[in-house]
Design a protein around this ligand. Sequence first.
Ligand SMILES: [Zn+2]
Ligand SMILES: [Zn+2]
Length: 122
Amino acid sequence: MLEGQCFCGIVKYRYHGEIEKTIICYCKDCQMAQGSIFGWNSPLQKSKFEISSGIKFLKEYFHSPNKVRVFCQECASPIYSYRVDLPEIIRLRLGTVTSGKLPAPTEQAYSQYKPSFLKICI
Ligand SMILES: [Zn+2]
Ligand SMILES: [Zn+2]
């Protein structure tokens, strides 16, 4: 099992499963949404994901009609995203995980936007 929360702690979640795969994404959307060099995400089964507190503080931002980013509206922590046409899979923002095992990333997406000073061995 995995547990996590937003920055202010109002929103807490549990994942009743194991994380098998993590991905680093350098696309401009991830960079802008995280305010950082990359997003570190994992695709998870929505059915095993539970918001254990603060669900009413979650806000959905429709970046496009099909792509939704879900964040804490109190502290603005990104929590997960999903596609409207694939609602059973969520992409958890792994910087919000507080306990549980996180495997090293096995994939880098949109490496053309990776800054040249960053050295990551995958
Ligand atoms: Zn928060
Ligand atoms: Zn991305």
